[in-house]
Design a protein around this ligand. Structure first.
Ligand code: G3P
Length: 214
């Protein structure tokens, strides 16, 4: 399973990379704002740190605007994918990008119908948001299972399912159990995944015993 870092903060990406957990990076306008960096500078630096896709999002809502911004983003580094919210304009833009050899990801996906349209348009990646579905009492992981099952009926679909809006370690484990291609996760979830109180107490016990025999 691929691990993308859901952050535009260079230190987050470096730390995940040291753990072998930076197969790609996802950003969005909110994450760019939180990083406090200039958009182009941040994406260019991040793209040099990882080999895999770095997703950067235009803010235009028209086909023409998405194409203009997306072409510029794709020119910043060879591994930049244009990340576009799933709208009519987004679907149109993805098909044009595909013909131009620009790879794209469709984001803000909340149901299986949108996931089917995204695959049909030829998006390289889709980002269904599990946490935001859970927030409105609609089980996010049920959507991932549904999309993975649907896509598996059509072996010619190459669109990867990268689970987004991941809020905890269980989301990651469940995404793996569903057979998602990957997850995009914030640093705090990587930290959570490493932690278990029995690991900590076990280490303390080992050290205490070791010190007794010195
Ligand atoms: O990759 C999408 C992610 O950044 C959204 O997460 O927690 O704001 O729903 P969240």
């Amino acid at each position: 399973m691929k691990f993308f870092v859901d952050s535009a903060v260079v230190d987050d990406i470096k730390q995940a990379k040291a753990l072998g957990l930076a197969d790609g990076v996802t950003t969005n306008p909110t994450l760019i704002r939180k990083s406090g960096r200039d958009f182009r500078e941040a994406i260019t630096e991040i793209s040099g740190l990882v080999q895999g896709p770095v997703l950067a999002e235009p803010v235009s809502e028209t086909v023409e605007g998405i194409l203009k911004e997306g072409r510029e983003l794709a020119g910043w580094a060879p591994n930049v994918y244009v990340k576009i919210p799933l709208t009519r304009a987004g679907l149109e833009a993805v098909q044009i990008f595909r013909k131009e050899g620009i790879r794209s990801a469709l984001t803000l996906i909340f149901n299986a119908a949108q996931a089917l349209l995204a695959a049909k348009a030829g998006a390289s990646i889709i980002c269904p948001f599990v946490g935001r579905l859970d927030d409105i009492a609609s089980p996010g992981m049920a959507l991932i299972r549904e999309i993975v099952d649907l896509y598996s009926n059509y072996p010619d679909i190459e669109t990867e399912v990268i689970v987004a809006s991941v809020r905890n370690a269980n989301h990651v484990v469940e995404a793996a159990a569903c057979g998602a291609d990957g997850v995009t996760i914030p640093s705090k979830v990587i930290e959570q995944m490493m932690k278990h109180p029995l690991t900590d107490s076990g280490i303390r016990q080992f050290l205490a015993d070791w010190n007794k025999v010195q």
